[in-house]
Design a binder for this molecule. Structure first.
Ligand SMILES: [Mn+2]
Length: 240
């Protein structure tokens, strides 16, 4: 039995090709798996579980069908879709995961994260993150009409694009100290995350132990998933 990991699909209405890859991935790869972990930014934007656009419905239904085949679905919010909440999870059958989540596959303990909190040099973003995730801010945002929320998110995206374009690449990558801190805290030799769009396997020594940090690939033109087996084997698959 396999466990699959994906992140950063950034599903959106104006990229039906990526949504189609995702649906195919669910039918042809996930359907056979024991579990699927979605590690954030499944959607380019999520303005609330009450947004029942046809596009959102199609994604929810595809996940539901996968769940109904017996695949255990897990969803960890990213920085784009952190407003995904109980209703979405109830409809899809996804378990909602906290920011840092530990799992065990075979004899391997792994820490799962979206990855944005590892980028501790990006102070501007972390400030925004703190503000936007406050209970009051979220409640006030969700009280607005869908149109108003859509417009606000659009504005936020423009500002974020500006920030990304004018901020040095190193600032938007993870800091090694934070990676080591969080891996030490959870006593793991394996960390899997997305967010940075820099797919890689980083091997390094942590307190004289060999450890690994795997960065999942974003779905730009193709789809990607990490496949892990109980016996410790793993492979990367491409969906095109
Ligand atoms: Mn992200």
């Amino acid at each position: 039995m396999t466990t699959l990991f994906i992140a950063d699909l950034h599903l959106q209405e104006n990229r039906p090709d990526i949504a189609e890859l995702f649906f195919r991935f669910l039918r042809e790869h996930a359907a056979e798996a024991k579990a699927l972990y979605i590690l954030g930014d499944l959607f380019e934007a999520w303005i609330g579980d009450d947004d029942d656009s046809d596009f959102n419905r199609s994604v929810i239904q595809a996940l539901r069908r996968t769940h109904d085949k017996g695949v255990v679905l897990h969803f960890m919010p990213g920085n784009r879709d952190f407003l995904i909440s109980k209703k979405f999870c109830k409809e899809t059958g996804c378990h909602l995961l906290p920011d840092e989540h530990l799992i065990q596959i075979g004899d391997q303990r792994m820490l799962l994260m979206h990855g944005d909190t590892l980028c501790t040099r990006d102070l501007k973003y972390l400030k925004f993150r703190k503000r936007s995730r406050g209970f009051l801010m979220q409640t006030l945002f969700l009280l607005r009409s869908l149109e108003k929320r859509r417009a606000m998110v659009q504005k936020g995206r423009e500002r974020s694009r500006e920030h990304t374009a004018t901020t040095a690449m190193e600032i938007m990558d993870v800091t090694q100290e934070e990676v080591e801190r969080v891996m030490r805290k959870h006593q793991v030799s394996e960390l899997i995350h997305g967010h940075t769009h820099r797919p890689a396997e980083h091997h390094f020594l942590l307190d004289n132990r060999k450890v690994r940090r795997t960065v999942l690939a974003p779905w730009h033109e193709r789809g990607f998933a990490l496949v892990c087996r109980e016996n410790g084997e793993r492979e990367s698959i491409e969906i095109k």
